[in-house]
Design a protein around this ligand. Structure first.
Ligand code: NAP
Ligand code: SF4
Length: 678
């Protein structure tokens, strides 16, 4: 595949007084690098790496124009010249790589996690306990001035422009709709008044900074909340912002409080492009489409059919800084694709850790990784096990210059990644496997499949890394070996099938994935976007306020009961920003859950099985056709023990080191770091 496959994506675009080298935007992401030590150096290294990879335009994480506008007390503000001076190293680092960079000005309004948030009105947010105070009229005018002052400071720091954040349910969005605006002054009541905050910020920023300074406005193209804007209202706001002097419109989808997922893996690729296309039809300035666009093929298709002029990708540039460069040089199959897991980006940010990436542990840590000592000598390295940890280790070791042989007992590489990608909605794990497969082939890793390496096989290597993974735990339960009791690996790999009534033992991440697998309708795969809109209640018709429709619950494919011994509600261990969507999907499809289970025995019952258990001390018997065991894993420790017995010092990584709470995030991180330390 060559650049000619992405002619629209890779063509230049004129925006205001600037020409962008292609049509990719690295969208704004809060990273928490902004408030770490060496913040400017970290940010410069982070953004410069993306510009080196040919991202045309970058938007920083949000900077609040005043103290009330912060996300939380730890997030950045830009109010003083000293703060702007501290950011001065960032723009030149991007410019040196041929990119351009905007600073995002963000006032979170009632979403601020501070003692007294401020909003358009005193209407509390469902996701923030603190009740907002309505801004007085003079405070609104002052807020507008604060935005303009912040833009001036961005200019002073050397940024090419600003993105004015008007989506996601933040302050400007709160003013724009009746859901959160019941004011009776010049900023409430009529639609024109509700749009005044957006329009005045854009108009005054343009007036203050002149035509050479890029003004991007991020419009909420779909609110996905009751009392949100209709498509016609959004189109009128887009035209008003264009008339006020915006050079380009970026689009946002859904308020943070929306009960519809907008970027998690359950959202099909390009599911929201229809909303950006409506904005594009309303204006003459360029429009950017965003959300769940993670490969150049998807981006090219949207641009070529005219849905938008440019594509915003935030997480995909975390996953692979060289995304555009690879697309432009015929190496799209080497792109490390964002799998939309949110595990190391959003989930980290919300738990007050700096953002990084599950598939790319270097992301956000460029400054630190560049300070690690380079490998002094090329070594012969054996990596045993080609699951996520072993693949990451083999690839990073080969990139570091070592001569790497990868041993895998199975017939193919991938380990548990092969099971994850079989789960409906988790197909993106297939891209991760493709990335590793292509990467190790191009990096010259020798792969020995079907080879269960023993200590004798490893004698000729200077370094050995053990990444043999895990074996599934089998509970000690009478009847566990009865026909009809199957392991999750057998089910997900297609080696075994489940009947219509199923009990799942174990409600960890894999138990939930198995429930999703069992309750999905295979026919839905034919049109995943239409299925997603119907199931989650997204109204694609322009007239609806907020873009909401009644949810259409699909007919459950099976009766599934998910069982757990702990008394708590199942699902605690699921991802912070993705688990709720998975639980909601499964509840809609009729999943039953039982906590506080004490398993007693399994016995044959007619053509099926009977599982005897006590639930909260009360005896029960479940009549089912199939029992799927998802009771966690244990480390495959034989090789590590064998090497240790011979006095061979071999790092043990991933599930082979510690099976509990193992996931791809820890596996890839450990694999990469071990390789860099060889
Ligand atoms: P897990 O999260 O450790 O869950 C294992 C489950 O089995 C638990 O519900 C546990 O809870 C139960 N269990 C443990 N020992 C048992 C026994 N002897 N008999 C019966 N039940 C037993 O492991 P996993 O589900 O295999 O997942 C592996 C890793 O992958 C985890 O770190 C997980 O977070 C990650 N993962 C995450 C996701 C996601 O977030 N969507 C998806 C897949 C995997 P009780 O003892 O209370 O029953
Ligand atoms: Fe994408 Fe997951 Fe990486 Fe976030 S952590 S950028 S969602 S792959």
């Amino acid at each position: 595949m060559t650049a000619s496959h992405f002619p629209t994506l890779l063509s230049p675009l004129t925006v205001g007084a600037h020409t962008l080298r292609n049509r990719t935007l690295m969208g704004s992401m809060h990273t928490r690098l902004e408030t770490m030590d060496h913040a400017a150096e970290r940010l410069a290294a982070f953004y410069a790496e993306r510009a080196r990879g040919q991202a045309a335009l970058i938007v920083t994480g949000g900077y609040a124009p005043n103290p009330a506008g912060v996300i939380d007390p730890g997030s950045p503000v830009l109010m003083t010249e000293a703060q702007a001076d501290a950011l001065r190293p960032v723009p030149p680092a991007v410019h040196a790589e041929g990119g351009k960079i905007l600073l995002q000005v963000l006032h979170t309004g009632r979403s601020a996690r501070i003692a007294q948030p401020l909003g358009a009105s005193a209407r509390p947010s469902p996701i923030n306990r603190a009740v907002p105070r309505a801004l007085a009229t003079d405070e609104v005018w002052q807020t507008i001035e604060d935005y303009v002052h912040c833009a001036r400071l961005a200019h002073h720091a050397g940024f090419d422009g600003v993105e004015i954040m008007g989506s996601e349910g933040y302050l400007i969005n709160q003013f724009a709709v009746t859901r959160t605006n019941d004011r009776s002054d010049a900023f409430g009541g009529s639609e024109e008044n509700r749009h005044r905050l957006a329009v005045e910020i854009v108009r005054r920023t343009r007036a203050a900074l002149g035509p050479g300074f890029l003004v991007m406005y991020r419009i909420s193209a779909l609110d996905l909340v009751e009392g949100g804007a209709s498509a016609d209202e959004i189109a009128r706001l887009a035209r008003a912002v264009e008339a006020a002097g915006a050079d380009i419109l970026n689009t946002g989808i859904g308020w943070h409080e929306a009960r519809i997922p907008t970027i998690a893996y359950v959202v099909p690729r390009a599911a929201w492009s229809f909303a950006a296309a409506r904005v594009k039809r309303a204006v003459t300035i360029p429009v950017i489409v965003s959300n769940r666009i993670n490969m150049p093929q998807v981006a090219e298709e949207l641009l070529a059919r005219g849905d938008a002029d440019m594509v915003s990708m935030a997480r995909p540039f975390l996953a692979d800084a060289a995304f555009v460069q690879k697309a432009a040089t015929g190496r799209a199959d080497e792109i490390n694709t964002c799998i939309a897991c949110n595990q190391a980006c959003l989930d980290y940010i919300f738990s007050e850790r700096p953002a990084t990436c599950l598939v790319n542990p270097r992301a956000g840590r460029e400054w630190e990784f560049d300070r690690l000592p380079a490998p002094a000598v090329r070594r012969r390295v054996a990596v045993v096990g080609a699951g996520a940890a072993g693949l990451a280790c083999a690839l990073a070791a080969a990139h570091a210059g070592h001569d790497v042989t990868l041993f895998e007992a199975g017939a193919d590489i991938g380990g548990q990644l092969n099971l994850a990608r079989a789960v409906p909605g988790k197909e993106e794990f297939g891209e991760l496997l493709r990335y590793f497969r292509t990467g190790i082939a191009r990096a010259g890793v020798t792969v020995r499949l079907g080879c269960r390496a023993r200590a004798d096989d490893l004698a000729g290597f200077e370094r050995v890394v053990v990444a043999c993974g895990v074996t599934a735990r089998t509970p000690d339960l009478p009847g566990i070996d009865a026909p009809g009791v199957i392991g999750y690996a057998d089910l997900l790999s297609g080696r075994a099938r489940a009947g219509r009534r199923v009990a799942v033992i174990g409600a960890g991440g894999i138990g939930f994935d198995v429930a999703e697998f069992l309750l999905s309708d295979p026919a839905a795969a034919a049109d995943p976007v239409a299925r997603f809109h119907a199931e989650w209640g997204v109204d694609t018709a322009p007239a609806s306020a907020g873009g909401l429709a009644p949810e259409q619950a699909p007919r459950p494919a099976r009766e599934v009961t998910l069982l757990q011994r702990k008394p708590e509600k199942p699902g605690r261990s699921l991802g912070m920003t993705t688990g709720w969507a998975l639980k909601a999907t499964l509840a809609r499809r009729g999943l039953k859950t039982l906590s506080g289970c004490a398993y007693q025995r399994i016995e044959a019952a007619g053509a099926g099985l009977r599982l005897h258990l006590a639930v909260g001390g009360v005896p029960q018997a479940l009549e089912v056709d199939t029992i799927v065991v998802c009771a966690g894993q244990e480390s495959a420790g034989a090789l590590a023990a064998e090497l240790a017995a011979r006095g061979i010092d071999a790092p043990v990584i991933g599930g082979a080191r510690h099976a509990a709470e193992l996931d791809a995030l820890r596996a890839i991180d450990e694999g990469t770091r071990t390789a860099l330390a060889l």
